[in-house]
Design a protein around this ligand. Structure first.
Ligand code: CUA
Ligand code: CA
Length: 647
């Protein structure tokens, strides 16, 4: 880089940091003409990598077309991403990286009215006074429902770590339709739907969702045993995918973290980093070994059916005993603890259904566990559960999450090395068996910076296509224009279709995503217009519009049709409890209206043929202009109604 390029730009962070840039990536970005607003920057800097590293240019140019989505064309993949402590789920188009939508789940969203309308409050849950039970959430893992080993486009499940809730999003409307509180647990982190029934082969779709609790607590957590930390325990939970009721829980030793499921439905797994059951972090990393814990789903459900259960506190959920002592005989065991080196993070199932990759985090290894071997352990055919580990390559420092391609390779994020490491499963197995010629690690690529989750396109299905790997990095530092102390994160897109990984693009993502998945677009079939009949309270005919009163409870029925509401005004009295029901009668796609009321904290949107309602108190006499907040028509500004509150 020239002296000139190393100078500070407008007092921004030192541009010399660009020497850290991966040259292939930079040429790729410049070639794609992505950064319209950065054209000056591009002219100034784009030639540099080409001059300095001519060898890199052809690779990057070859990859560049892969991220170009010209105006008017659509992306080939959807990416669904947990928002982290923003409490939402985001939808991106890939390869462009364009954000398409934020689905409010555990957060309050004044654009759509999530957490404001009566319908959304009923899903999120309220306190006796009508306020939301919680307005905070922390989404970590998003996993869709399966049919026959691949995504069926029906649901996405997402956790809330703060309040231990599982939410379901309908993929036809991309809206949350159910939220379930998990009893007896804290720090609900990993979640994964099953892919098949373990017993009934005809059920080849998701019927259960498994949930891993990371923190151990006194059971019941009612104020007793606060300091008896040795008695704190954690549970693994199964939720019914349709009813969203909690089916059962398993009391375990150690903790849960991430969750994975087998393609045959027989096993669910969670990695454990705190088998020490420590309270403070030095205790949690005291041991050299932790575990990957497997659950025999059919046996657990037999035990539940046979009534071999307990209940914790006032919870009605049946709890089976999955602790080590109660499961010493593999032939009847509900659980199998496979020893894994030091504080593993992440467990991922390979697309062929044969293996689970569980990374060491504090050990530089990834452990490959054989599905068949774990089943053999449950049949009493292994001496030790550790015999289920069939490979343990040294892959780098701080290995966390693993994605897979369709050619037998794994891609693991290395948090400390700030790299993605590509390793071959067969070579790793051969090397583990003593073959000195087998070299597990085939490629490494720097990412920017410190990757957490990483995942491949369709990689959590049997239709893994080996096209892209996304590295959800925990730090973006100098990769984007500075926006103050809170940085965006980087989701870096990597081409994995060739022998070498190629960094294609830096996508900025609002803080603070954790995990994402990449789905082929043909799998998703959305509704573009609601069915009015789906809403029991719909105002089906504009002639129904008007006011009904019962004591101080007033109901206003209202319809919208651009550019007007069916009532130009309505009169209520100070002290009334007002419910407004609004049905949007427009049938044109993309014709959404809003409804906001000043000084009453009401704002929501109704899409074509949708109905929503709000309930609130009026206690200040006066005139309040209710208006349309969502641009709908040339007369959008004129689209109003007067709420007249009489003294
Ligand atoms: Cu209706 Cu803007
Ligand atoms: Ca540990």
């Amino acid at each position: 880089m020239s002296q000139h390029q190393d100078q500070k730009l407008d007092g921004q962070p030192d541009a010399s940091r660009r020497k850290f840039l991966n040259t292939a990536a930079f040429a790729g970005l410049a070639g794609a003409g992505l950064s319209v607003g950065l054209s000056a920057c591009k002219q100034e800097q784009a030639p540099a990598p080409a001059q300095n590293a001519p060898a890199a240019a052809p690779t990057a140019a070859a990859g560049a077309h892969k991220i170009e989505v010209p105006p008017g064309e659509l992306d080939t993949y959807y990416s669904f991403s947990s928002g982290g402590h923003s409490g939402d789920v985001r939808i991106y188009g890939l390869p462009s990286g364009r954000q398409l939508k934020s689905i409010p789940v555990f957060n309050v969203d004044c654009m759509s009215g999530w957490g404001i309308t009566n319908e959304s409050k009923a899903i999120v849950g309220t306190r006796p006074d009508g306020r939301l039970k919680y307005i905070t959430g922390d989404t970590h893992h998003v996993h869709p429902s399966y049919t026959d080993g691949t995504y069926d486009g029906k649901y996405i499940f997402v956790n809330d770590k703060i309040h231990s809730r599982l939410a379901r999003i309908r993929l036809d409307t991309m809206e949350c339709d159910k939220i379930t509180d998990l009893p007896n647990v804290q720090g609900f982190h990993g979640t994964f739907p099953d892919k098949r029934d373990p017993v009934d082969a005809a059920v080849n779709h998701t019927t259960r969702v498994f949930c891993g609790a990371e923190f151990s607590i006194p059971l019941p957590n009612d104020g007793h045993g606060l300091d008896d930390t040795a008695a704190y325990r954690s549970l693994f939970t199964c939720v019914d995918a349709e009813t969203m009721q909690v089916r059962w829980q398993v009391l375990i030793d150690g903790n849960c973290d991430l969750v994975a499921t087998s393609y045959d439905g027989k096993l669910a797994a969670t990695n454990q980093y705190n088998v020490e059951m420590g309270i403070h972090y030095p205790e949690m990393m005291a041991g050299e070994w932790d575990a990957c814990l497997f659950f025999n789903v059919a046996r657990i459900e037999e035990a539940v059916k046979a009534g071999k259960v307990t209940h914790i506190g006032s919870s009605k959920v049946p709890v089976v005993d999955g602790r080590k002592e109660a499961n010493a005989d593999p032939k009847t065991a509900l659980t199998c603890y496979v020893p894994i080196p030091k504080n593993p993070h992440g467990v991922n199932t390979s697309p062929d259904g044969k293996y689970y990759a569980c990374s060491g985090k504090l050990s530089p290894t990834a452990s490959l566990i054989s599905h068949e071997q774990v089943l053999k352990w449950f049949d009493g055919e292994l001496k030790e559960a550790r015999e289920a580990v069939v490979a343990e390559p040294e892959i780098g420092l701080g290995p966390l999450h693993t994605g897979f391609d369709n050619k037998g390779n794994a891609y693991t994020t290395l948090f400390l090395d700030s790299q993605i490491v590509k390793w071959n499963l067969d070579a790793a197995i051969k090397s583990f068996q003593g073959d000195k010629t087998a070299v597990p690690v085939v490629d490494r690529l720097d990412v920017h910076y410190q990757p957490g989750h990483g995942f491949t396109s369709m990689g959590e299905t049997k239709e893994a296509d080996g096209q892209y790997f996304i590295s959800d990095n925990k730090f973006s530092k100098d990769r984007f224009l500075p926006v103050g102390p809170l940085h965006p994160e980087t989701a870096q897109m990597i081409d994995i279709s060739g022998d070498k990984m190629v960094l294609l693009a830096d996508h900025s993502v609002t803080s603070e995503p954790h995990d994402s998945i990449v789905i082929r677009r043909d799998i998703i079939k959305t509704r573009q217009i609601y069915d009015m009949n789906d809403f029991p309270n719909a105002v089906k005919d504009p002639k129904e519009s008007g006011l009904t009163r019962e004591g101080n409870k007033v109901t206003i029925k209202l319809t919208s049709q651009a550019p007007a509401y069916s009532l130009p005004e309505f009169r209520v009295k100070k002290g009334d409890e007002v419910t407004i029901i609004l049905t949007n009668h427009d049938k044109v796609e993309d014709l959404t209206h809003g409804f906001a009321i000043p000084k009453h904290d009401i704002n929501f949107a109704v899409s074509p043929q949708e109905t929503k309602s709000v309930t609130f108190k009026v206690d200040q006499p006066g005139v309040y202009w209710c208006y349309c907040t969502h641009f709908c028509h040339a007369l959008h500004l004129e689209m109003r109604s007067r709420m007249i509150v009489e003294a």
